[in-house]
Design a protein around this ligand. Structure first.
Ligand SMILES: Nc1ncnc2c1ncn2[C@@H]1O[C@H](COP(=O)(O)OP(=O)(O)OP(=O)(O)O)[C@@H](O)[C@H]1O
Ligand SMILES: [Mg+2]
Length: 256
């Protein structure tokens, strides 16, 4: 496959301006980026630098200037080829069961066959190790379980791109590391392309095949392949060196 065929996301000169009646804020100042199929791209960056805005533009939730192409198709509105998973535990419909939550977007896509819907939701729940919880309501689940359902819901749609905005930030350390392992396993098995925003350098090194650091204005001040092969442990050669580099890029306005 050529480099061009392998490119799943291309972003040309992405500009995002929030202009209210009183203020005009340019959040992304002309961002250019390509992402290859199967990459797990982690984005680090200080609070307010535009990471969520960047994902929201790709997801089609924001108007923007510039071009975004997914699989060669220009996109500006939401589509099931790009699914976003949020930090918030309340991204499920509280009045729907786990199974109904997963099936809902599939029904919106026009899938009506009950057996097929059940098969897909069961398969997705197995992937996130939640089989047996089909009939539970979100309020009966822990935060980590809700995030697993949100991931299952995304997987059920077989999106070209999974966009994750600090999905594990509100979880305790143990659940977080468990879910990191799950997401790694699933993304490797499915060959998914993931863009994953995190504040946590260790998380970026553990998950990313490629790591970016954003600074204000959505400026990419660091963009390198992760030199450490999976499974990543802090004892890996180069771990300290890449951690240092990321820490410096993250804490200096010009990327150090
Ligand atoms: N709807 C909006 N209207 C006006 N300004 C907005 C809007 N959404 C975001 N912004 C501004 O855009 C900037 C970037 O916000 P964004 O949420 O993308 O940052 P972030 O990098 O995700 O930060 P964090 O790490 O804290 O999540 C902020 O200055 C924020 O105030
Ligand atoms: Mg954010």
């Amino acid at each position: 496959m050529t480099e061009k065929q392998n490119c799943i996301l291309r972003i040309d000169n992405l500009i995002k301006i929030f202009d209210d009646a009183e203020t005009e804020d340019t959040i992304l100042k002309g961002l250019n980026l390509t992402v290859q199929r199967g990459e797990f791209m982690c984005i680090l960056g200080p609070s307010g630098c535009g990471k969520t805005t960047f994902l929201r533009c790709i997801a089609g939730f924001e108007e923007f200037d510039g071009q975004i192409y997914v699989d060669g198709h220009k996109c500006s509105v939401p589509g099931t080829d790009r699914i976003m998973v949020f930090q918030d535990f309340n991204q499920l419909f509280p009045w729907k069961t786990v199974e109904q939550n997963i099936q809902y977007p599939l029904k919106l896509q026009g899938l009506r066959d009950k057996d097929e819907l059940r098969r897909i939701s069961e398969e997705s729940l197995i992937k996130v190790k939640l089989q047996g919880y089909e009939r539970y309501y979100p309020h009966q689940l822990s935060g980590g379980m809700k995030q697993r359902v949100a991931i299952a819901k995304a997987l059920a749609l077989k999106p070209a791109l999974i966009l994750m905005d600090e999905p594990f930030a509100a979880l305790d350390a143990m659940t977080r590391s468990e879910l990191q392992e799950e997401v790694l396993r699933i993304s490797e098995q499915e060959g998914s392309t993931v863009i994953f925003v995190t504040h946590n350098i260790e998380e970026a090194i553990t998950l990313g095949t490629r790591i970016l650091v954003f600074q204000k204005g959505g400026q990419v001040v660091f963009d390198e392949k992760n030199p450490i092969k999976r499974p990543v442990t802090p004892l890996a050669e180069n771990y300290g060196a890449i951690w240092e580099k990321l820490h410096r890029a993250l804490h200096s306005e010009d990327g150090g």
